[in-house]
Design a protein around this ligand. Structure first.
Ligand SMILES: [Zn+2]
Length: 270
């Protein structure tokens, strides 16, 4: 069987209020197509994509995990990017936009209320909007993508498991942590990308639990039981100066697999 590698590109690593990093979002390049998951909270998505070496025009599939500010407002700017490319005659394909019912309703409503009416109408013709709730499966350049409920405590959040022809699998939980409730969907995955708000050691400073988020230790413990190959953590505070080293050190106490604490723009080869 032909085995082709996938690149998982971490566009932004911050939680909702980062200053030194962009809001958590990521991309997958595989088989000549590019799948973008979330777009952060504003037009900083363009700089964040450029920093990661991703062109707006190469995005063939776009998925919004949930309708919170730091994930969906950048999507409006991405739609503007698609519209501008289409107007310039430079949109070479028809992007597919996926979201659960709630996030899709939010995205289309915000676009309708904030874009020029003619641009909104154009958007509906140049992109293919498809609602994907838990249990849905789609094809991405030969990889199959299964959507599931990420188990968020305060919003309808959808995660996915991407199965590549090589046999490898990538699980993205949006900004959710890996928890007991979503663990079955991530079990045995080669790479899991999920939220870790701060170190357990710093829980009294950043107060993750009252924001429905979890710590590096919490996630690492579940990852160990879920037999995950590589654990990549993002959607974090960005005030800890040695965040990458100190998060990895805490995770390593509870998880024996490979740990990646990415910086914005970093690529993970799968
Ligand atoms: Zn978030």
């Amino acid at each position: 069987m032909k085995s082709e590698n996938a690149d998982i590109i971490i566009i932004g690593t911050g939680s909702a209020f980062p200053t030194a990093s962009y809001n958590a979002c990521s991309a997958v390049r595989f088989g000549g197509a590019t799948w973008l998951t979330d777009a952060g909270g504003g037009n900083g998505i363009f700089a964040a994509l450029a920093n990661a070496g991703v062109d707006v025009g190469e995005v063939t599939h776009f998925f919004v995990t949930h309708s919170h500010t730091d994930h969906i407002l950048g999507a409006v700017w991405l739609m503007r990017g698609f519209i501008n490319l289409a107007i310039a005659g430079q949109l070479r394909h028809r992007p597919t936009v996926y979201a659960n019912s709630e996030a899709m309703r939010s995205l289309l409503t915000i676009c309708r209320l904030t874009l020029l009416e003619s641009h909104y109408r154009k958007l509906l013709t140049i992109a293919d909007f498809r609602t994907v709730d838990e249990g849905s499966s789609v094809n991405f350049a030969g990889a199959s993508v299964d959507f599931f409920n990420a188990g968020s405590e305060n919003v309808a959040q959808t995660g996915f498991r991407m199965h590549f022809p090589s046999g490898k699998s990538f699980v993205c939980l949006g900004d959710e942590a890996l928890t007991e409730s979503n663990m079955p969907h991530a079990a045995g995955a080669d790479l899991v990308l999920c939220g870790a708000f701060c170190r357990y050691a710093d829980r009294d400073i950043f107060k993750p639990y009252e924001k429905h988020h979890y710590t590096v230790k919490d996630v690492a413990e579940v990852a160990s039981r879920a037999a995950v190959g590589t654990l990549a953590l993002y959607h974090s505070e960005d005030r800890t100066p040695d965040r990458q080293q100190s998060y990895a050190a805490e995770a390593a106490q509870y998880f024996a697999g490979r740990i990646i604490i990415p910086a914005d723009g970093e690529t993970i080869n799968l």
